[in-house]
Every structure is written in C-alpha cells, then in structure tokens.
Ligand binder design. Structure first.
Ligand code: CO
Length: 148
C-alpha cells in the first residue's frame, strides 16, 4: 500500500523529527516497507523521509544501487569542504527542480533495519540524496538553499 505524500506547505515538513528509540519495533518495520513501496510507485523519487508521509520521526528510505534501504536516526558526521552544484527535486514539491550547492562528499552514520550501526562514505548523487533526506528530519527543505 502506498502512503500519501505530504506536499509543501505543511507544518510537519518544518518540524524537527524525533529520534527513534526502538529500531526493531515491528510497527517501524511496516512503516519502512510502506515507505519503500511509496517511493517505488512515485517513479521519479529516489528518497523519502518519514515526515513526508506524516510521521515526525528520524527515518528515511533511499534508493541505493538499485535497492531501497532504510536509514534510522541518520546523522551526517563529516562533510567535504568542496561543494558541488546539482539539480534537485523533492516529492513534496512536485515539478520543481533547482540547482543546489552542497558538500560533494559526506560520511553518514545510522542504524539499518536490523538495528545495526552502519557508517558509509558517500559521494555524487548518494551524498546529495542523504543530505537532502537528513535535512527533512531537521525541518529543512531544499528551497531554503536558494538565494533570496
Ligand atoms: Co525532499
């Protein structure tokens, strides 16, 4: 079953999401499955954060190497000094794409669906995607990077 994706403006998209205490809670796993299905059926999307489906918790789902993966309590632990500029979209802003400048590489720590601690080094599209999704958990949206 696909979930309804919340679009801008909606106050939940601006909330700081709560940390997940039990990463192997069955209710959390069923939300993860529903978010993966929602992302898959969105066609254009490669990432979805829980606040975008009305759950203000620190969880996101991303497409990585052709599979969907959940990140629980993700945290960016380092960012490269070098930035890159690339066109970004967001499922909460249908049809809008903007060139956004972000660090080129990041290191991210999170818990996977089994509750295991994982640290990954990401660059390119994945680095951008992870920064975009972690921003969602802090109530930050890609339009915030546009120069006023
Ligand atoms: Co987004």
């Amino acid at each position: 079953m696909s979930l309804e994706i919340i679009t801008n403006p909606n106050p939940i998209l601006r909330q700081k999401a709560k940390k997940i205490k039990d990463p192997i809670d069955p209710a959390l796993l069923s939300l993860v499955e529903a978010m993966k299905k929602t992302l898959e059926s969105s066609k254009s999307g490669i990432g979805l954060a829980a606040p975008q489906v009305g759950q203000s918790i620190r969880l996101c789902v991303v497409e990585r190497d052709g599979a969907y993966e959940a990140l629980i309590n993700p945290k960016i632990i380092s960012r490269s000094k070098k930035n890159s500029l690339f066109e970004e979209g967001c499922l909460s802003f249908p049809g809008l794409f903007y060139a956004i400048e972000r660090p080129e590489k990041v290191k991210v720590r999170y818990l996977n669906e089994k509750g295991e601690k994982v640290t990954i080094k990401a660059e390119g599209i994945l680095a951008r995607l992870l920064q975009h999704e972690v921003d969602h958990l802090d109530g930050k949206l890609f339009i915030d990077y546009l120069k006023k």
